[in-house]
Ligand binder design. Structure first.
Ligand code: PLP
Length: 379
């Protein structure tokens, strides 16, 4: 199998799995227990907190463990609303992941006002329009750092500075950015940041929320005092340990990972553009994650191509994993002005740290075979 769907999820790094195993076996204590078994679990959770803090260049006390990106995003936005009762306005973009999109649509129904920032053909918002959208009653500005479908990078440092100048808390959804590009918050005005372990070779169902220590905070759930009262419930110790090791590996390997992802993605993309006349890449090609390419192959039905490629041993996706199979064209591509035909023929290939250079050749051969087969079916 050639796995080129790393924006959907990534394989767990063997070192991550090894580190987790004791916590599914003999080291089973509750981190809140005062005895030795509990203290062993507590020590592991705190080591993981330090590892995640190192990836984000923040203080360990600013890390709250959660069940993943979706919970982190919900917590960030609802906490901002709950801790600033007079503020009921939110600024976000039209190309957010469904976690943010559906949350904000729900909040509109609950009486909040949301400004949905448009994007240009490259998938980028205008910073001046973002600044104009900020108001005295804005509770939070929340945007993607990197888009999951195209990989396009928002100018989050600039946007965060603009928000800070207007005293508006800024949340970055760094779920796709973490592990692929540097995501340090030190020296930025990012007050809140979400990440998810399974996007960078950690386990599924665990993530973190960075909360700047000067920011007011209200937990999403009611319960015990875990995570300094910020996220009640007994900790997912094995998952948190896995997240910590995944964060350490991501940080240690980052420059090399970025370089090798870019080399594989660029070679793959260039070859597709050369071999398939009329093929087109969606999104700004400069300001983009190093691992992602979203491209249209004219005349090809992406849903059918995905299935043929799967039979040939290549995993990729159409739109985001969450919306795959849905009849609607991607809201991201539509917002970028891609027409229906372009959106319906678009495939996303996303490389990961465990891919090798020959995966590029294997995937290209499979794509040529799939397109030829589909052409034969059409004729
Ligand atoms: N944000 C982005 C940009 C994502 O790509 C995803 C996952 O696909 C999420 C949030 C949700 O993360 P999780 O699957 O950990 O809930």
């Amino acid at each position: 199998m050639i796995y080129l769907d790393n924006n959907a999820t990534t394989p767990v790094d063997p070192a991550v799995r090894e580190a987790m195993l004791p916590f599914l076996g003999g080291v089973f204590g509750n981190p809140s227990s005062a005895h030795g078994a509990g203290r062993a679990a507590r020590a592991a959770v705190e080591e993981a907190r330090e590892q995640v803090a190192a990836l984000l260049d923040c203080e360990p006390g600013e890390i709250v463990f959660t069940s993943g990106g979706t919970e982190s995003i919900n917590t960030a936005v609802r906490s901002a609303l709950a801790s600033q009762p007079g503020r009921r306005h939110i600024v976000t973009s039209v190309i957010e992941h469904s976690a943010t999109k559906n949350l904000c649509e729900g909040l509109e129904r609950e009486g909040c006002e949301v400004t949905w920032l448009p994007v240009d053909r490259g998938g980028l918002p205008e910073v001046a329009a973002f600044e104009r959208a900020l108001r005295p009653d804005t509770a939070i500005a929340t945007v993607l750092w990197a888009n999951n479908e195209t990989g396009v990078l928002f100018p989050v440092a600039e946007m965060a500075a603009a928000a800070a100048a207007r005293r508006v808390p800024f949340h970055a959804d760094a779920v796709q950015a973490a592990g692929k590009i540097p995501v340090g918050v030190r020296g930025t005005d990012i007050h809140l940041l979400s990440l998810s372990a399974h996007k960078f070779h950690g386990p599924k169902g665990v993530g973190a929320l960075y909360v700047n220590r000067r920011l007011g905070f209200r937990p999403l759930l009611a319960g015990g005092g875990q995570e300094g009262g910020r996220r009640p419930g007994t900790e997912n110790v094995a998952g948190i340990v896995g997240l910590g090791v995944a964060a350490r590996l991501a940080r240690e390997r980052l420059p090399r990972t970025t370089e090798s992802l870019r080399a594989m993605r660029d070679r793959f993309e260039a070859a597709v553009l050369e071999r398939f006349p009329g093929a087109a890449v969606h999104g700004d090609r400069e300001r983009r994650l190093p691992n992602t390419t979203n491209l249209s192959l004219p005349g090809i039905d992406a849903g059918a191509a995905l299935l043929v490629l799967d039979r040939l041993g290549v995993c990729c996706s159409i739109g985001s994993a969450c919306s795959s199979g849905a009849p609607d064209a991607s809201h991201v591509l539509r917002a970028m002005g891609v027409d229906d035909a372009g959106a319906r023929s678009s495939l996303r290939f996303s490389f990961g740290r465990l891919n090798r250079a020959d995966d590029v050749d294997g995937a290209l051969a499979a794509l040529e075979q799939a397109v030829a087969r589909m052409g034969a079916l059409r004729d």
